[in-house]
Each structure stands twice: as C-alpha cells, then as structure tokens.
Design a protein around this ligand. Structure first.
Ligand SMILES: [Zn+2]
Length: 129
C-alpha cells in the first residue's frame, strides 16, 4: 500500500511537471489565481511559484529566481525531504521526524520573505514577481 502511494506521488509530480512545462502560467488561464494577491494586491510568499517552476523546467534559473527566490532556493531542501521519504518507503521503515525548530525556522523565512518582497524599495522590490 505504501509503495502504491509512493508511486502515485511520483506519477502526480511527473504529470504536474509535464503540464507546467507545456502550459505557461503567464499565458494559460488554467492555473489558480492567488486569493491573497487578488484581495490585497500584495505578493504572498508563494506568488510567482508556478512561473518560477516553469522557468526552471525550461532552463532559465535567473528568471526562476526573480519569480520566486525562496521557492527556488528551497528546492534542494524539498528534494532532500523527498529522497528521505523515498528511501524510508523503499526500506519499509518509518521516515525520521524533522526537528520542530527547522520547521519553525522555515516558516519564519517564508513569512519574512512575504514581508520583504512587498517593500517598495531596492533591493526588496526586485523580489516581487
Ligand atoms: Zn500569492
């Protein structure tokens, strides 16, 4: 059962990457619009994530960093967590837990990024997608 869930996660991720590769978020209206941005006009920490992933899939890391800096620099962390999850599933053992301090620090980084990217002066204004 766990291997089926793991395979489903991999398949879902690959399907999502294919959709994102072929359908540009800037020109394709199938993607959800950020409710926070729509309501406030401000960029949340996740704004620009789809555009950043699309740019990365097309080999444009500088554009990706401009669209969502924190997401792009977080991708190695997500890859490491995915590797840990996959190895635990393959070996049939439970995944080791992450210390809460790391989750709190990551949450604090996201919140700080969300505030800083909306400041109207440089260098923070260049973090806005
Ligand atoms: Zn947003």
């Amino acid at each position: 059962m766990k291997k089926a869930a793991f395979a489903s996660c991999l398949g879902g991720g690959a399907a999502g990457a294919l959709v994102l590769f072929f359908l540009d978020p800037v020109h394709t209206p199938i993607y959800p619009v950020c409710a926070f941005h729509r309501l406030t006009g401000l960029d949340c920490p996740g704004c620009g994530s789809l555009r950043a992933l699309h740019a990365l899939l097309h080999g444009h890391p500088v554009t990706a960093l401009h669209d969502n800096l924190l997401l792009v620099i977080s991708l190695p962390i997500f890859a490491w967590l995915g590797f840990r999850f996959a190895s635990s599933q393959i070996q049939g053992r439970p995944m080791e837990t992450i210390r809460p301090i790391w989750l709190w620090l990551y949450l604090a980084a996201w919140l700080a990024f969300g505030v800083l990217r909306n400041l109207p002066f440089q260098p923070f204004a260049s973090f806005a997608p």
